[in-house]
Design a protein around this ligand. Structure first.
Ligand SMILES: O=C(O)CCC(=O)C(=O)O
Ligand SMILES: [Fe+2]
Length: 201
C-alpha cells in the first residue's frame, strides 16, 4: 500500500499526488543499511563536474551509472557509458520488477556522503528517457527531505521524507511541470545512497 505523506503547500498550485507512489518499507531497515554499506564500498564512485555560469563546478555528491550494454546516457554535454550490472544491482532490479511490475535497463546511483551533499532543482526530462518516464527511486541510509516545486511558480513547495529502504515511483507528466531536489541538511548528517531506475529508449 502506498503511504505518501507530503508536507508543505503552495498558495496557487496543488501537487498532483497521483503522479507519485511511495512505499516506506520496500526493504527492511537492516537490508537497506547493509546494501548501502556494500554499495559505498564496492561502487567505483566518481565526482562529476558540471558547467554552470561559465564555470566548472564539482557536483556535491558522488555518482555511478549502471545498465544494459549500449544504453548510453547524455547530460550536461557528456555521454556516460554504463557499467555492467552487478549481482546486487540486478537482484534489486528483479525485486523492483516483482513489486511494481516495471522493468528497467539502467540505474543512476547517487552517494550523499553527509548532509552537505545535495542535488539541485532539476527534472528528469532528458530526451532518452521518453516523454512521460516512469522512474523508480530506492533510498538507503540517512533519511533525507525530497522537495518538489512547480517549474513556473516558485511561491511554494511540497516535500516528502525518503526513508531508509523506501521506494518512490515518479510517473505521468510529473517531469514536465515539476522539479525536484535534495536540499543540504544541517541535521541529517549520515550517509545515504539513492538509486533511480530508468528506461533509456
Ligand atoms: O537522491 C534522490 O533521492 C534523488 C536523485 C535524483 O533526483 C536524480 O538522480 O535525478
Ligand atoms: Fe531527479
Amino acid at each position: 500500500m502506498s503511504q505518501l505523506n507530503l508536507f508543505g503547500s503552495d498558495k496557487n498550485l496543488v501537487f498532483p499526488q497521483n503522479l507519485l507512489e511511495y512505499y516506506a518499507a520496500f526493504l527492511h531497515e537492516e537490508q537497506g543499511r547493509s546494501l548501502m554499506h556494500q554499495l559505498a564500498e564496492e561502487v567505483p564512485w566518481t565526482q562529476q563536474t558540471i558547467r554552470m555560469y561559465g564555470k566548472q563546478l564539482l557536483t556535491p555528491r558522488l555518482t555511478a551509472w549502471y545498465g544494459d550494454k549500449g544504453k548510453a546516457y547524455r547530460f550536461s554535454g557528456s555521454t556516460f557509458e554504463p557499467l555492467p550490472w552487478t549481482a546486487e544491482l540486478s537482484n534489486l532490479k528483479e525485486k523492483i520488477a516483482e513489486f511494481t511490475g516495471l522493468n528497467f535497463n539502467s540505474v543512476l546511483l547517487n552517494y550523499y556522503r553527509n548532509g552537505n551533499d545535495s542535488v539541485a532543482w532539476h527534472s528528469d526530462n532528458e530526451e532518452e528517457l521518453g516523454n512521460n518516464p516512469c522512474i523508480v527511486s530506492v533510498s538507503l541510509g540517512q533519511p533525507r527531505q525530497f522537495d518538489f516545486r512547480h517549474k513556473t511558480d516558485h511561491s511554494g513547495k511540497y516535500s516528502l521524507r525518503l526513508e531508509n529502504g523506501s521506494l518512490l515511483i515518479m510517473k505521468g507528466d510529473l517531469q514536465h511541470h515539476w522539479e525536484h531536489r535534495i536540499p543540504k541538511s544541517a541535521k541529517d548528517t549520515g550517509e545515504r545512497i539513492n538509486l533511480t531506475f530508468r528506461t533509456i529508449m
